[in-house]
Design a protein. Sequence first.
Length: 220
Amino acid sequence: MEPKTITSSWGAVKAVISASSAFRSQGTNVGNSNGGWTTFSKADRADLKISFEGLESENYYVTVPCPFVWFKLFLFGADGAQTSHIELFANNKGNIFCNKGGSKNWHGGQRTDFSLAQVCASGSSSVQIRIEKDAQHVAIYSGEDQLYRKAFGAGDGDCGVASARVTTQVWDNAAQLFLGLETISAFPRIPFSKEKNIDIKVSFDGAEDYYVKVPCPFVW
C-alpha cells in the first residue's frame, strides 16, 4: 500500500499526535510495549504488565491454531488482585469470570458460560481474534464479526476494573499461540503546534487510526 501523508493545522499550544494501524489480518503496530508479539503455550505462559492509558478500551489480540486450541486470559488490576478471566475452551464455547460478582460461589466470584459463533472456520490453519473490554462490556471479534458480547452490570463485580497485568493458560501440550496488545505507548508520539506543523508519510494495513492528545481547556 502506498504511504499517505498527514499534516496538522494550527493550534494555540502544543498537542501530540500518534498514528496506529488497526489490527485486522496482520500484526502491524499491534503488540506488547516493544511493538511485537508474545508467544505463549502450556509450558511457557505469558505474564505481561500492561497499560491502555489513552485508549477507549482494552484490546487483546490472540492468534489461535486450528483446530481450535483451548486458552484462557487472566486479568489483574493495579492492586495485583485478579479481576476476571476470559476463557475459550471450544470452537464455539467459553466463559467469563468476574471476581466478587453475583453470588460469589465460584472462587469468590461468578462464572458465566456462553456460546459463540464458530471461531475456526473449516479448512483454516489458524484464526486471529480480538477481545475488547472496558468498564461497560466485554466482546469477542473475528475480523469485523462480533462473536460474543456481554454488558457489565451491578452484579459483575470487578469485571469492569481496568487491567494492569495479563497472564495466559493453554491446555494443549504442543500448541503455540500469540498474544498482541494495542497500546498508544507502542506508537511514536509527534508534537505539533501553531509554529510547528507536521507533515509525515504514513502507511496503514487496515483501518486508519489517529490518536491526538489535546490540552484542556480544549484547543482548536
